[in-house]
Ligand binder design. Structure first.
Ligand SMILES: Cc1cc2nc3c(=O)[nH]c(=O)nc-3n(C[C@H](O)[C@H](O)[C@H](O)COP(=O)(O)OP(=O)(O)OC[C@H]3O[C@@H](n4cnc5c(N)ncnc54)[C@H](O)[C@@H]3O)c2cc1C
Length: 428
């Protein structure tokens, strides 16, 4: 491989930060020093969105990258033993549950699930970057850097030539030996360079995310940590997300034909009332009084249209690789952050293993390792996403009847995923 001294990571979200941490850990044994710089378009570390679910495998991989200890130290989020699934109409018993613990209540492979604010996760990742002390790898993050163009020579660069030229909106340019596009579903790395034809498509389903003060809900809650209430017009997630349990986070996942903004928008004033009314209309006839109370007392609704990428596609050129949502954004099923972290670890381990070969070798091995797994997860996420579409009484009854069987049938493969560890995957 030509010397790999400058690595440019576009995007400082979950995938970009995980990639920087993985580079520090797995490239540190190299003789030559490596500079890894993350270029993020936002002016400071911020991330939109509310509380995210991290599966046991996501936590295990975050632990390998030194992030989990920072989440623990800052007492972030709440541990979740299971996601409880209910019919909105026929309480009080659960239809089924997706468990992160075994039948004796022990965590699967030492990690439960964690529901945590996305901003807390980002802070823990940044703390891990600050604390990183691996030899030979320097990590930098630059904010206010919006990628606009990538220029890559058609063939291998000449001696002394870095290979890829990256231009930012502020007029600056840099050169790098390797560029990693970690810039999310609407990735400029992909759309301006790797595969302009593969554009995100709206799934026809949006989320509305809001919060409610626990004290504003007089009735008993029917769930312990996190629940999903299935109705004929979508699903309503309700969950605790901070250790005091003073606030509940809700996300309504619902069919919505039109979308006004690609990036989501915070509702204000009359809009806020209209969104609350719409969600009440969808879930307010619940068998659980607390559902109506939670929605009625809720505030700060944030609407987010959900896009996905067409499956498959091109992930790389000669010196540019896409990771995370930029490569394979799928409908969110509480697993995609874990998948992005897995990408970061597996790609970097492959790069480390094939460091004395041309870059194309590491790219090829990584793609062969990852394609089938990503395809499987994409298909599964898309299937589950479709189940929230509006349906009639009979179809809903059928869905409720099938749900426990589906949870039972898919348990083995879920447990296998929860127990997985990107550090012990054999790189061929
Ligand atoms: C409504 C919703 C709920 C979700 N809930 C969950 C959940 O509970 N659990 C879970 O695991 N996953 C969840 N996901 C999926 C998860 O959010 C994504 O898979 C994950 O954020 C992907 O990380 P990423 O770093 O690849 O992309 P992103 O998080 O999108 O980060 C991309 C980064 O690149 C930056 N960037 C973009 N363009 C440029 C540019 N031109 N130049 C420089 N920087 C740029 C952005 O500012 C951003 O910081 C959810 C997704 C949605 C839509």
């Amino acid at each position: 491989m030509a010397p790999l001294s400058e690595i440019c990571v576009i995007g400082g979200g979950m995938s970009g930060l995980a990639t920087a941490l993985a580079m520090a850990k797995y490239l540190s044994s190299r003789d030559e020093p490596v500079n890894v710089t993350v270029y993020e378009l936002r002016d400071e570390p911020t991330t939109p969105g509310g509380a995210v679910n991290l599966m046991p495998n996501a936590l295990r991989n975050l632990d390998k990258l030194g992030v989990y200890s920072h989440l623990k130290q800052n007492k972030c989020g709440v541990e979740i033993d299971r996601i409880e699934l209910f019919s909105n109409y026929s309480g009080p018993d659960q239809l089924a549950s997706m468990d992160f613990v075994d039948k004796d209540g022990n965590p699967l492979g030492s990690f439960r699930g964690l529901r945590v604010m996305r901003s807390d996760l980002m802070e823990a990742m940044l703390n891990a970057i600050s604390a990183s002390t691996y030899a030979n790898v320097t990590l930098n993050i630059l904010y206010g850097k919006k990628l606009v163009r990538i220029e890559e020579p058609a063939s291998n660069p000449k001696e002394g030539d870095k290979g890829v030229k990256v231009s930012f909106e502020d007029g600056t340019t840099i050169e790098a030996d390797l560029v990693l596009g970690c810039d999310g579903i609407h990735s400029k790395t992909r759309m301006n360079h790797v595969e302009p034809e593969r554009v995100p498509v709206y799934t026809g389903i949006s989320t509305a995310q809001g919060y409610v003060d626990r004290k504003a809900v007089p009735s008993d809650l029917h769930f312990k940590g996190t629940c999903l209430n299935m109705s004929r017009r979508g699903s309503l997630l309700a969950t605790f997300y901070e250790p005091t349990h003073e606030s509940i986070y809700m996300a309504s996942v619902m069919e919505a034909k039109e979308t006004l903004s690609r990036d989501g928008w915070k509702t204000k004033g009359a809009d806020q009332d209209a969104v609350r009314e719409d969600i009440l209309d969808r879930f307010g006839d619940s068998a659980f009084p607390c559902v109506r109370e939670m929605i009625s007392a809720s505030n700060s609704w944030f609407l987010f249209p959900v896009y996905k990428l067409p499956p498959g596609g091109k992930w790389c050129t000669e010196r540019v690789m896409l990771l995370g949502d930029a490569a394979h954004a799928m409908p969110p099923q509480g697993e995609s952050i874990g998948i992005a972290i897995e990408d970061a670890i597996l790609f970097t381990r492959t790069l480390a293993k094939y460091r004395s070969f041309p870059l194309s070798k590491a790219f090829k091995v990584y793609k062969e390792l990852r394609r089938d797994r990503i395809h499987e997860q994409y298909q599964e996420a898309s299937r589950r996403w479709e189940t929230v579409r509006d349906c009639g009484y009979l179809v809903n009854k059928l869905k409720e009847a099938i749900m426990p069987w589906w949870i039972w049938w898919s348990n083995e493969s879920r447990v296998k995923t929860f127990m997985s560890d990107a550090e012990s995957v054999i790189i061929p």
